[in-house]
Design a protein around this ligand. Sequence first.
Ligand SMILES: Nc1nc2c(c(=O)[nH]1)N[C@H]1C(S)=C(S)[C@@H](COP(=O)(O)O)O[C@H]1N2
Ligand SMILES: [Mo]
Length: 161
Amino acid sequence: MDAQLAARTDLVGLDPQQMLSPRKAGIEFPYVEGLRLDEAMHPLALLTVGMYGETLLNQNGAPLRMVSPWKYGFKSIKSIVRIRFSEQQPPTTWNKSWPAAYGFYSNVNPNHDHPNWDRNDEQRLGEGGLFSAKIIKTQMFNGYGDQVSKLYAGLDLNRSY
Ligand SMILES: Nc1nc2c(c(=O)[nH]1)N[C@H]1C(S)=C(S)[C@@H](COP(=O)(O)O)O[C@H]1N2
Ligand SMILES: [Mo]
């Protein structure tokens, strides 16, 4: 059995005056994300109440969010209200909206091209000005390969992106 963990946000209690419509946001609500159980249990898969040494702000996912630092930012679901364990791989928001660009795994993989833009380089916040930070090569798994690559042994990460 291939157990899965899925988190989904819920619209209950959210104020439509303050929320973008799904059409404007370009994605379906509620936001849903999923991880394989072994990914979710990795010590780097964090359920957090804060970021950068401060309590989470609403816009960053208060009161509880995921932080999965070896994956692209959109995997880090914010404002979690429900976690489900499922036998089948769960649907995930960006994968549903643009599967060619956003796969289930969403591991940082600069060798897998995004259909519309380049994923090879980055500028890090705090390393120079907003527009003058040095451009560096994006690393596989965001540089955490020594800790997480064994989760994906035998998987072709160009196909399972
Ligand atoms: N509940 C929820 N979680 C979410 C999203 C969202 O729309 N709703 N957006 C995702 C995307 S696309 C990104 S890039 C990150 C942004 O996190 P940040 O606001 O802390 O930068 O949150 C992810 N988690
Ligand atoms: Mo995003």
